[in-house]
Design a protein around this ligand. Structure first.
Ligand code: ARG
Length: 289
């Protein structure tokens, strides 16, 4: 009998099939600045943005996920960031109420899309909230950002509508103005995040709630590496955060790198372009995938 040191069992990560809504960047440009990433004097290659977006969509489909398309609208260049359109969970759909007038009309357009695709009744909050930009579902609770866009009061509104506990997290760095720019949900239990984006109290809370969290560096966060989409096993993320990629791989996730550099000019990445439609009977959706 030979003595061997005990092998470290690899963590088996399990994927769950998802349904997403995405809006093509047909009218994408940077014509105003509502976050520090946006500079209207920077030229934008809309065709390149479309090609990069298509690659993201194909990636989801190649993983077996369903992707529904929301029609883009001229004059609403940020509509490509579909995550901001709302929050869909367990049959409850909440459409966004945007902080800036430049994006205001998107709230009604996303509400109409939800309604027209069998996701009604569609709830509207009294307060300003920007959908999955600031509300991230993890298991049976919701992590909610505030500080720049979504108002604190809407955390209670969303909890009342969904019946789920909502954990308030305060964002303090203007570069990370939405929760999904500073924190990525990996599965029903774990997250990756960038602690300096949060207030000291929220950092302490995150450390307590997620002792096994993957902690991103300045460079990871500055590349919007945390703006990722995970199905529990496959993590679709930027190709520009090699350190974070390595940590995720070491933790047993399969990372898939996507270049969404053109859409970064609007201050958004992979997660921003992806709205998850959760807990719904897939047949309810009437738009073709
Ligand atoms: N230009 C958009 C804005 O400032 C980017 C939104 C990014 N979306 C997100 N989920 N983080 O509103």
């Amino acid at each position: 009998m030979t003595l061997t040191s005990p092998a470290v069992a690899p963590v088996a990560r399990v994927a769950r099939l998802r349904t997403y809504a995405m809006t093509p960047p047909t009218h994408f440009t940077v014509s105003y600045a509502i976050n520090p990433w946006m500079d209207p004097s920077t030229p934008v290659d809309t065709d390149l943005a479309i090609a990069q977006w298509l690659r993201l969509r194909e990636t989801y489909e190649s993983l077996g996920h369903r992707v529904h398309t929301v029609d883009p609208h001229p004059g609403l260049p940020d509509m490509v960031y579909a995550a901001n359109g709302g929050l869909s969970i367990g049959g409850h759909t909440i459409a966004a109420r945007f902080a800036f007038p430049e994006r205001g009309p998107e709230g009604d357009l996303y509400a109409a899309w939800f309604h027209g695709n069998g996701l009604g009744p569609v709830h509207r909050t009294v307060g300003i909230q920007e959908g999955e930009g600031d509300f991230l579902v993890i298991g049976a609770r919701i992590l909610a950002g505030t500080g720049f866009r979504s108002h604190r009061d809407t955390h209670d509104e969303v909890s009342a509508i969904t019946g789920l506990p909502v954990v308030t997290l305060e964002l303090v760095d203007p570069r990370f103005y939405h929760l999904d720019t500073a924190l990525g949900v990996l599965d029903d239990e774990n997250i990756a995040y960038y602690p300096p984006a949060f207030s000291p109290a929220s950092r302490t809370l995150l450390r307590t709630l997620f002792p096994d969290a993957i902690v991103a560096t300045d460079d990871d966060a500055a590349a919007l590496g945390l703006n990722l989409v995970s199905d529990g096993r496959h993590v679709v993320m930027t190709d520009a955060a090699p350190h974070l990629t390595e940590l995720l791989r070491a933790a047993g996730y399969d990372t898939i790198a996507i270049d969404l550099s053109e859409l970064l000019k609007g201050g958004g990445g992979i997660k921003c372009c992806t709205l998850e439609l959760r807990g719904i009977d897939k047949e309810v959706l009437v738009s073709p995938p």
